[in-house]
Design a protein around this ligand. Structure first.
Ligand code: URA
Length: 212
């Protein structure tokens, strides 16, 4: 698995405000969306393209366009929804699927409670969005789910990642054939005993949408 940390100063600036506990929900939502737009630039460096001939007002030339089938963007519910707008703004022709994963706060294990995805993902390039890579349980389950349906290559995009989650992904996905890339805004210090990323930003879902 390839791991890319997007250390652009604008990303780090916005992440700092996102981490600040004084940042309110509307500002948090806006920052998460803006951050995703910047991360999308890194995450789509290897988006699949093909040559495309056009006429400019002056001459015929060959440019490029996104290949078919178009990429699939999959936010993991609920917190991944906070990154969706930022991603599809950069990739408006992408299709969007949804995966609902919930972690048990005691065992920290992830289960799938909803899925709205095409059955057949053969040859699809997939971008999975989840702001926090903590234990890595939901991300590993989501990626396995997508690989079983034929996804061709998968890029996981997170705002923050814990070293423990990255190590878990590397170990659990070592046998997976399609290439896997992780793009993250920061690799933080560690997970605490409650499964929160340190220093992190708290519960991303709650900070985006309030406690439900
Ligand atoms: N999920 C979150 O929202 N925050 C963490 O720190 C870890 C998992």
């Amino acid at each position: 698995m390839r791991v890319l940390t997007a250390d652009h100063p604008l990303i780090q600036h916005k992440l700092t405000y996102l981490r600040d506990k004084r940042t309110d929900s509307p500002t948090f939502r806006r920052l998460a969306e803006e951050l995703m737009t910047l991360l999308a630039y890194e995450a789509t460096r290897e988006v699949r393209i093909e040559p495309f001939e056009i006429d400019t007002p002056v001459a015929r030339t060959t440019g490029i366009k996104l290949s078919n089938p178009k990429p699939l963007v999959v936010p993991i519910l609920r917190a991944g929804l906070g990154m969706l707008e930022g991603m599809v703004r950069m990739l408006p022709s992408a299709e969007v699927g949804f995966l609902g994963m919930q972690r048990n706060e005691v065992t920290l294990e992830a289960t799938t409670y909803a899925n709205r995805l095409p059955d057949d993902l053969t040859n699809r390039q997939v971008f999975v969005l989840d702001p926090m890579l903590a234990t890595g349980g939901s991300m590993v389950d989501a990626i396995r789910f997508l690989v079983e349906r034929g996804a061709k290559d998968i890029t996981a995009v997170t705002l923050l990642a814990a070293p423990e989650g990255i190590a878990f992904m590397q170990e659990q996905l070592a046998d997976v054939a399609p290439p896997i890339t992780l793009v993250t805004g920061s690799i933080d210090e560690r997970l605490n005993e409650h499964g929160y990323i340190v220093p992190g930003l708290g519960d991303a879902g709650d900070r985006l949408y309030g406690v439900v």
